[in-house]
Design a protein around this ligand. Structure first.
Ligand code: F6R
Length: 592
């Protein structure tokens, strides 16, 4: 949700543009670059995609210092005037910002009272004005004074004409510093920096960073120097570019990545919580947002059959403001691909404060969430760049399941035989999913029919209901077709009123014991005119059947979602949507 970049070094503008292309997944409402050219700062910015910015950037701008931004609009409409970077009124400072300045209205009215005129509706422009108004002849002092007057979440990069340093202010929004020889990079995403840097540092909260000729220095907001350690980056964390769509590539990576998720889990030592603590737990929360929440929903449905305590999936933004019981007897698993989702981080902070045990399950082990939690499990999905999450969901399921199995074993509620069946069963999944992928043309054919639906409902019972939720979320976010998920038995309590010709119902049915019940639900909707698509190892009359390979019952969720990911993809493609960058969304949701 907004990406920032800054660098000191050769070809600063070219590299900033390249970085913004990498960061575009974080927001694509507008993009802009500010470059130090001689004694001036030149700003180029445009609403819309990076290509618009690229078209207006003069070729070969010579600059050693540049900052850049990709925007996901929070304050102020999508427009060039609201695009970053922002000048201070005297054009001696330029800033880019990711996050929210919560006290910007107060700051704005104080500045306005002193005659400031604003050119945008954003909170971010306030920072540029503050820098000018705080300027005291020393840029570091000015940046520190500005940092101290801000409330909220922010990663801000600052360039000024007063010296040849680059500055950053960081609190609660991600900011990584990378170094390679004489080049230094500031960036929202470690994978982007890994592309260039030999060493990186994750900037802690309440830090001002100064990048200059003599190196990189970190200060707290009082101006006291801070030690921040650099580490070498992992090539696997580098960002990629593909010719086709990231989403399809990422779905096709599912078999490999779930294998890595399992191997990685055991390589990292498993649960890593001592047995006494595990026995003390009386409840487990699975907390996340969107797809990450759905993976918690799925694993809760599986684990309820294996563990003797309450297992509750909760949406992070609800957990923050509701009154769920929580104390030293609570284990809370925080599921987040990015590890940056503000709601999930706030929920983790709340559990910590209440004395609960916090455990991050994430794809980004250097993320903010990982720092907040007591323990971290890496899901090993590799970089995921399509806004719609796919392979990360499958990997979350693998890691969460293994965590739950370890808890069940420690609590002696799972015998060794069942444990071995499930763990060995995981090894069969890559091949089962390959089989689904090799029949993707069948799903593409079904998508041709589904694309004209007025609405698509996804139904399932118990462990298939979370899969229905995830299938529905995938479809609506990239195709813009109205879609909802229901426990199949719940349809007749209201939603059946919506069934008519033109509606499609996708029914997921993997539990042999519930097959007949699912069949009845399908009949009920079909007799009211809906088209039915089944996703099941069984076949159903009067339904277009997507056949699943047989796998262990505890593992169906990892497999049955794949045809739904493909269905959403093909429907969206046939409707001409931008599948990787759906409207109004961004990959990392760093605001509450
Ligand atoms: C949907 C999707 C979102 C994310 C959600 C949480 O396809 O990608 O619903 O799952 O925004 O993101 P993370 O997992 O990064 O916390």
């Amino acid at each position: 949700m907004c990406g920032i970049f800054g660098m000191i070094g050769a070809n600063a503008v070219g590299n900033t543009l390249q970085a913004l292309k990498y960061l575009e997944y974080r927001g694509y409402d507008s993009a802009g670059v500010a470059a130090r050219v001689g004694d001036e700062i030149h700003i180029y910015k445009s609403a819309g995609r990076i290509q618009n910015l690229e078209r207006l950037l003069p070729k070969g701008v010579e600059s050693n210092i540049a900052i850049g931004h990709t925007r996901w609009a929070t304050h102020g409409a999508v427009s060039t005037e609201n695009a970053h970077p922002f000048y201070s009124p005297n054009k001696h400072f330029a800033v880019v910002h990711n996050g929210i300045i919560e006290n910007y209205l107060t700051l704005k009215s104080q500045l306005s009272a002193r005659g400031a005129k604003f050119s945008s509706q954003t909170d971010s422009e306030t920072v540029a004005h503050l820098l000018q108004s705080n300027y005291s002849g020393n840029v570091l002092g000015t940046v520190l004074a500005t940092a101290n007057s801000l409330v909220g979440s922010f990663a801000i990069a600052v360039t000024s004409t007063y010296d040849s340093n680059l500055y950053a202010i960081k609190n609660k929004s991600p900011l990584v510093v990378g170094v390679s020889g004489k080049c230094v990079y500031l960036c929202s995403d470690i994978r982007c920096v890994s592309h260039w840097a030999e060493k990186v540092a994750v900037t802690p909260d309440e830090t001002v960073v100064v990048v200059g000729d003599k190196g990189v220095y970190f200060f707290d907001f009082e101006g006291k120097m801070k030690e921040v350690s650099f580490f070498t980056t992992d090539a696997a964390e580098e960002m990629e570019q593909v010719d086709g769509d990231f989403m399809l590539k990422e779905i096709y990576e599912v078999p490999t990545k779930i294998r890595l998720a399992k191997e990685g889990y055991f390589k990292d030592g498993g649960l890593n919580i001592d047995s006494e603590t595990v026995r003390r737990f009386t409840r487990i929360y699975l907390i996340g947002c969107g797809t990450a929440y759905n993976s918690g929903l799925q694993i809760a449905a599986v684990a309820r059959k294996l563990i003797d305590i309450d297992i509750l999936p909760v949406i992070a933004s609800e957990f923050i403001y509701d009154s769920y019981p929580c104390g030293t007897d609570t284990l809370a698993l925080f599921i987040s691909q990015s590890g940056e989702t503000a709601d999930t981080i706030r929920a983790a902070e709340k559990v910590r404060k209440l004395g609960g045990y916090t455990y991050a399950v994430t794809n980004t082990k250097t993320s903010q969430l990982s720092f907040v939690c007591n323990k971290v499990a890496n899901i090993y999905a590799g970089g995921e760049f399509a806004v719609a999450s796919t392979k990360a969901y499958n990997c979350q399921l693998v890691t969460l399941l293994l965590l739950m199995l370890d808890i069940a074993r420690i609590r002696q509620t799972l015998d060794d035989k069942v444990y071995a069946e499930i763990v060995d069963g995981l090894d069969a999944l890559p091949m089962a999913i390959e089989q689904i992928l090799s029949n993707s043309y069948e799903i593409a054919t079904i998508a041709e029919k589904v694309k004209d639906s007025s609405a698509v409902f996804y139904i399932g019972r118990t462990c298939d209901y979370p899969t229905a939720c995830e299938g529905s979320l995938k479809l609506k976010e990239i195709s813009y077709i109205h879609s909802e998920a229901y426990p199949a038995g719940e349809l007749k309590h209201g939603t059946l009123a919506l069934m008519e010709k033109g509606v499609t119902v996708v029914a997921i049915s993997t539990d042999g014991e519930l097959k007949e019940k699912m069949s009845s639900s399908m009949n009920e909707v079909a007799t009211r005119g809906a088209d039915v698509v089944s996703v099941s190892p069984y076949t159903f009359q009067d339904a277009l059947c997507i056949t699943l390979p047989k796998v262990h019952t505890a593992l169906y969720g990892i497999v049955s979602v794949v045809p739904l990911q493909l269905l959403a993809y093909y429907v969206a493609k046939r409707l001409g949507r931008d599948v990787d960058k759906p409207r109004n969304l961004a990959k990392s949701v760093t605001v509450e």
